[in-house]
Write a protein of this length. Structure first.
Lengths: 489, 435
């Protein structure tokens, strides 16, 4: 944990309310998000029990599995979920824009993309498991399912995979999105409880955050946000209701299960929409739009893949696929961390504390300083900055500035709080710098060694040319009737 | 009954076995504990392959490692044409330029056609469209398997050399998704290679020429519990003496303990601190300064020489600790660096800030056995460890609680166990500062 977050936590305890740890919002919040709260049967890894889902806070759709041990009922539930989720997702694929590229053909990109909100990380993992259990099902052969089920499986898998991508907002985990912006007076583990976290951030009037969080621990007042349900509820309410359905599978019995589950889901549903409101109230960071653009691009590509009838995502990443995914994740991670720091002075302050960044006032500037003679003469403006920050950068380090995009400078010397910088990028190619590209004396500037230009990694072999060191070429996936026979617990 | 072979005979027998195995298998793996002559083996194998007249590619992990290898190869085989492939920002150091048989270029065609081409794994990944009959992959345990995937199609057969006890490769992202897959991209190149090709021969270099007789058994038991190695020298072969008398301060006593026994634990009072613990940082820096002031002289099988600043290293776990120690006034000639960067390096005396000193928790990062192994196995004569008291209690309060993943081979040594073993030994060489 960083020093400033620790400080914010102490303040949260002192003041009895969560403290902001960012100045802006670092995730995208859609104008029309879909909230999805899945529940599963206790003791089962991927047996869906219920889901509350929808885009209208006033009209949630409740889907239940009256007997979660019944395979047919589970896939009927999946078909019900597909009925809500697929039209929502497919609606975004209709309007696109043409994007020009510096190299290569222009391409189409969706103007907006779907955004699904789940309460916590376990719910996001459960979305992945649900995707895994449905994407290989088929409408024909043994154990046929509704044709929408395998399609739902692919989309759920896509969303779950995407939620691993740093900086992606397509499947947003509410507790993580909130913790990114607020520090509470409780542990990270306790922050994973949506009700407790919201208690700290948004306590009811007259209540302190601590009291609200304590109340959230009572499963009768605040049922767990899932996917696991409260054991007391399981034993006393859900168990008898499911048994009653077993004995007489009537509409009334289904109703009884539904009513019971509604009591468990309603409070979380309201919390989720309150969380959306809170997140929306924060001003959006400058680079959030860029990251959402990546999400839109990714969504467009996956829509095309589905439309072309490509196979479902593999059960496991192959050697080449895993390496490619790792490279993509690492790139996104590095970029995301840097972008947030550049967007947010409070996050940049963390790096100033560790000496990887500094802020100060320009004391002198030599904007027309140059190096080399004749044709190799290069403009290299010099700037001296006075700072009180504990700088731990060494001469020769290249630094960038959050205030000037495309601007880069090299540290020439550091002495007694005075840092001399040589500007090497972003001042134009002329004999004199482009106006405004060199900071002027008296100007407040900040610089950091964190830069967003990540070196691209070398190409990977084609999967069919996987070398002997990694097991050789993988076997091609051919859908077969055996898929339906796999363990489905 | 024949007598036990001398360390030299034992090591030579392994090298011969490796060279004999090379043409018989697609891959040969050689495990090398700290200072066991890994580079010597690489140079020897390179010469051996070059004699056959077939071209050879050598893969190392960092530019420094490549330069070190180029220098050694060029010195030992002055008639062998060597090419060094480099990235665009690379500045050729003088020690490479001094060798007329070495050419340096950014692209393969610009090198001419040397018998041996050396580059980093990252650079090799950009070289396509050619296949070498032979490759040597150095520091293969520090190479991530996704890097091997990018270059494996470049060679037909390869020798993989590395130290399994050092730091595992890492990623800034969570790799749980691939845990248990035989091609897990965040595993080391050797781990993935051996899981797909379990019948490849694995040799072990049996003798550490770097570690003194006081250190080899400790490191061997803690970090190489099943394979083990011994020191190439005896207790009488290495000696560290001071030419300047001490003042019997606690720091002097710690240095004298280290000189006499090879180890010292400079134990500060127990306290929870921030990572850049000011007191521990100051103690570490002062010990380094004091060590130089005492005019140490090292006596070994190579003769006697004064231990200059260049032969001393200070190691820590984190970069901010390194920066703080550096800022506390360590002479610039003394190397101060993190465990990651000290890998593969050798010094006469090392001073180590213990990774768990002053911590409230023992995370997987701090428990990683490779980190402690690197820090405590860089020295030829003595190692001084600076730590706050209470680490054994901290370890007891933090048993390994990592989730067990299916299909992941159990890895030895366990970091928790290794930490305890090293601390148990260090406790016999404890010096506490006066209060």
């Amino acid at each position: 944990m960083s020093a400033l977050t620790a400080l914010a936590q102490l303040r949260a305890i002192r003041d009895g309310v969560a403290q902001r740890i960012t100045t802006v919002r670092h995730c995208h919040v859609s104008a029309q998000p879909m909230v999805l709260i899945p529940l599963k049967l206790a003791g089962e890894a991927a047996a869906p029990l219920a889901a509350m889902v929808g885009t209208d806070p006033g009209h949630p759709r409740l889907l239940v599995v009256p007997q979660p041990r019944n395979r047919d009922l589970r896939f009927a539930f999946a078909a019900g979920l597909a009925e809500v989720l697929l039209p929502y997702v497919e609606g975004f694929a209709k309007s696109t824009e043409t994007v020009e590229r510096r190299s290569g053909e222009p391409y189409e990109r969706c103007l907006d993309a779907p955004q699904i909100l789940v309460p916590n990380r376990s719910a996001a993992s459960f979305v992945g498991l649900l995707g895994r259990s449905t994407r290989f099902r088929r409408a024909d052969g043994p154990y046929p399912v509704h044709p929408s089920v395998p399609l739902l499986g692919r989309w759920l898998t896509y969303f779950a995979d995407r939620s691993q991508q740093p900086g992606s907002s397509m499947l947003l985990v509410a507790t993580e999105a909130l913790s990114l912006h607020w520090a509470t007076g409780q542990s990270g583990l306790e922050d994973a409880n949506l009700a407790a976290l919201m208690g700290w951030i948004d306590p009811p009037p007259g209540t302190s955050g601590r009291q609200a969080a304590e109340e959230a621990e009572d499963p009768l007042l605040w049922p767990p946000a899932g996917p696991a349900t409260d054991p007391g509820f399981d034993n006393e309410v859900l168990g008898p209701a499911i048994r009653a359905y077993e004995e007489a599978p009537t509409d009334r019995a289904v109703d009884r299960v539904s009513q019971a589950l509604r009591t468990q889901l309603d409070p979380t549903w309201r919390l989720m929409w309150r969380a959306v409101e809170l997140l929306r109230s924060l001003p959006e960071g400058a680079r959030v739009k860029d990251r959402w653009e990546f999400d839109r691009g990714s969504f467009t590509r996956f829509t095309e893949r589905v439309a072309e009838g490509g196979p479902p995502q593999a059960r496991r990443d192959g050697a080449v696929g895993a390496a490619a995914r790792l490279a993509g994740l690492e790139r996104a991670r590095a970029g995301y961390d840097v972008q947030r720091a550049h967007d947010d002075p409070l996050l940049m302050a963390e790096y100033r504390l560790t000496g990887e960044a500094f802020a100060g006032t320009v004391t002198s500037a030599d904007p027309e300083h140059s190096e080399g003679e004749g044709r190799s003469r290069k403009l290299r403006p010099l700037v001296t900055v006075r700072t009180g920050d504990p700088v731990r950068l060494t001469p020769g380090t290249v630094v960038g500035s959050p205030d000037r995009r495309g601007h880069a400078a090299e540290i020439v010397g550091i002495a007694d709080g005075e840092i001399t910088l040589k500007i090497v990028k972003g001042m134009g190619r002329g004999k004199t710098p482009v106006p405004g590209s060199v900071p002027e004396p008296g100007e407040r500037v900040s610089y950091t060694s964190l830069t967003d230009d990540f070196q691209s990694s070398a190409a990977l072999p084609d999967p069919e040319r996987t070398p002997w060191t990694h097991g050789g070429p993988p076997q091609e996936y051919v859908p077969s009737d055996d898929d339906a026979q796999e363990e489905w617990l | 009954m024949s007598a036990r072979p001398t360390p030299r005979q034992e090591a030579a027998a392994v090298v011969d076995a490796v060279l004999a195995d090379l043409p018989r298998h697609r891959g040969v793996v050689v495990d090398s504990p700290p200072g066991a002559g890994k580079s010597t083996l690489v140079v020897k194998a390179a010469g051996h392959i070059a004699e056959t007249g077939e071209p050879l590619m050598i893969v190392a992990q960092t530019n420094e490692q490549v330069d070190d290898l180029v220098e050694r190869l060029a010195t030992e085989h002055p008639d062998l044409p060597i090419g060094r492939l480099s990235a665009s920002g690379y500045i050729t150091p003088g020690r490479i330029l001094a060798h007329p048989n070495v050419s340096v270029a950014g692209k393969l065609p610009d090198l001419g056609d040397p018998a041996v081409v050396i580059a980093t794994a990252d650079k090799w990944a950009w070289v396509g469209d050619r296949t070498w009959p032979w490759a040597i992959v150095d520091e293969a345990y520090q190479m991530r398997s996704d890097k091997l995937l990018r270059i494996a199609s470049l060679f037909e057969r390869s020798l993989f050399v590395g130290d399994p006890g050092q730091l595992d490769p890492f990623s800034i992202v969570d790799g749980d998704r691939w845990a248990g897959l035989s091609w897990d991209p965040v595993q080391s190149a050797v781990a993935v290679l051996l899981r797909h090709n379990p019948d490849l021969p694995v040799h072990r270099l049996p003798v550490s020429w770097r570690l003194p007789a006081s250190a080899a058994p400790v490191i061997s038991e803690a970090f190489y519990p099943f394979t083990g190695f011994r020191a190439g020298t005896g207790h009488a072969d290495r000696r560290l003496e001071f030419t300047v008398d001490g003042m019997r301060t606690c720091q002097d006593r710690a240095l004298e303990e280290a000189a006499a026994s090879g180890w010292a634990l400079y134990e500060l009072p127990s306290r929870h601190t921030v990572r850049t613990d000011a007191e521990a940082v100051r103690a570490t820096a002062e010990l380094a300064v004091r060590l130089l002031q005492r005019g140490p002289v090292a006596y070994s099988e190579r003769g006697a020489h004064p231990v200059t600043a260049g032969r001393i290293a200070v190691g820590a776990a984190h970069r901010d600790q390194v920066a703080a120690i550096r800022a506390a006034g360590v002479p610039p000639e003394i190397t101060v660096d993190t465990a990651n960067r000290l890998q593969g390096r050798e010094y006469d005396v090392t001073i180590v800030l213990h990774p768990l000193s002053g911590r409230r928790d023992a995370t997987a990062f701090h428990l990683e056995s490779g980190r402690l192994c690197v820090l405590t196995s860089r020295h030829r004569h003595a190692c001084v460890v600076v730590a706050r008291a209470g680490i054994p209690e901290l370890l007891d309060a933090h048993p390994s609680a990592e989730p067990v993943q299916l299909g992941v081979p159990v890895k030895f040594p366990d970091g928790w166990e290794a930490n305890q073993a090293v601390l148990a030994h260090l406790s016999k060489h404890r010096v506490r500062p006066d209060r």
